[in-house]
Ligand binder design. Structure first.
Ligand SMILES: NC(=O)c1ccc[n+]([C@@H]2O[C@H](COP(=O)([O-])OP(=O)(O)OC[C@H]3O[C@@H](n4cnc5c(N)ncnc54)[C@H](O)[C@@H]3O)[C@@H](O)[C@H]2O)c1
Ligand SMILES: [Zn+2]
Length: 359
């Protein structure tokens, strides 16, 4: 079943087009906006995805293909410069459409190239990871890392279109699927009790990709949460901060483990810690902690984190740019689908929430 979801951003309105095997049928006319005839296309993807999907898509669209190295370590200005070189070589001009085909790393990096090349060219997100489909491809944040920290350079540059082919999730490694599930559980906890309940009822069905229809329904519901939040607060002055649920804990866990714990697994742990904190502050029923832990563990994500002093984990939060800006600000839960920002949270309560992950 094909679905079209609309997104209103301050810069433009765009659609998210979802359908299984969409990438096998995508034609230039599908990427035109309101009667506008696009110029040429350039597909940016990474080395493993090029033979899987990139070469075929580029051939179908008559597009140049720019292949970048795989991995977060290459979400850099150096890789952006390689994309500029490829755009110049392809004679890309202001009418060219850049298609970012890949996970969040390719989407963020290539999006930044699209935002800056000739002061901005048409940009299509073709997310291929579960995380990118429900999170990074929507909302307009693009950018790269610096040696000094993640996502330190970037822009708000919404795509002109998002094309989601849930069938490509068949080749996504299971561990990456589960990392995407952490963000989907987060979206459920923020604003979609129906989504959370659906996963909670049969978490084993969500431990890996099984079929494109189920994946499409899951992505469609989860991405709607992101759409609603970014439409309400495109530049993160208010409710967009809710998307950081579990992330202050999660980023600290990533840092103290020198990124040995991948982001999605750290977010899963962070959701449990956020539930602990919320219960300890008397903001939610203690039973919510168990519900969150059961859902995180049920989809196959780790629920246990030990071997690091809670004080060290809390110290690692101080270098979080969003945390530092907000003076001990945490996204807390009142219930499934109801979150809020708590300020000036006592350090002891935060440490206790981290310590509870080791029990
Ligand atoms: N812009 C935003 O709002 C936003 C939001 C959340 C995360 N992010 C960023 O997203 C990045 C993480 O994204 P990610 O989790 O997608 O990581 P990723 O882009 O590194 O992809 C994960 C891995 O899966 C592979 N892969 C992706 N799709 C595949 C497929 N269909 N088949 C086989 N392999 C596939 C990739 O090659 C990579 O090895 C981070 O850099 C993060 O900062 C951005
Ligand atoms: Zn995240």
């Amino acid at each position: 079943m094909a679905r079209i979801l609309g997104v209103t951003a301050p810069e433009r309105e765009y659609v998210i087009h979802m359908a299984a095997h969409l990438l096998d049928t995508l034609a230039p006319a599908d990427l035109a906006e309101g009667g506008d005839t696009p110029g040429g296309f350039v597909v940016v993807t990474n080395a493993p995805l090029a033979p899987l999907y990139g070469e075929r898509l580029a051939a179908r669209l008559g597009a140049a293909l720019i292949v970048v190295p795989e991995g977060e370590a290459h979400k850099t200005l150096e890789t952006v410069a390689r994309v500029y070189d490829g755009l110049i070589a392809a004679k890309a001009d202001r009418h060219t459409t850049l298609i970012a085909l890949g996970g969040g790393v390719v989407g963020d990096m290539a999006g930044f190239a699209a935002a800056s090349y000739m002061r901005g060219i048409r940009f299509v997100q073709a997310p291929t990871s579960l995380l990118a489909m429900v999170d990074s491809s929507v909302g307009g944040k693009v950018g790269v890392d610096l040696p000094q920290g993640k996502n330190l350079v970037g822009a708000f540059y919404p795509p002109h279109r998002v094309v989601i082919d849930p069938a490509v999730l068949a080749t996504l490694p299971d561990r990456e699927w589960r990392c995407g599930m952490a963000e989907i559980l987060k979206h459920g906890l923020i604003a979609a009790p129906d989504l959370f309940a659906r996963i909670e009822a049969d978490p084993a069905a969500f431990t890996r990709f099984t079929n494109a229809d189920l994946a499409e329904a899951l992505v469609a519901r989860a991405v709607q949460v992101k759409i609603d939040v970014v439409e309400a607060d495109p530049y993160e002055h208010g409710v967009r901060a809710h998307l950081n649920l579990g992330h202050t804990f999660g980023h600290a866990i990533e840092r103290v483990t020198a990124y040995a714990v991948p982001h999605g697994e750290a977010v899963g742990l962070g959701l449990i810690a956020a539930a602990h904190l919320s219960a300890a502050l008397g903001l939610c029923a203690p039973a919510l902690v168990e519900r969150v832990r059961a859902a995180v563990g049920g989809v196959g994500l780790p629920t246990h984190f030990a071997g690091h002093r809670p004080a060290d984990v809390v110290a690692a939060m101080a270098t979080d740019k969003k945390f530092a800006a907000g003076s001990s600000r945490f996204v807390v839960m009142h219930d499934v689908g109801h979150v809020a920002i708590a300020r000036d949270v006592p350090t002891e309560a935060v440490e206790a929430a981290v310590a509870a992950l080791a029990l």
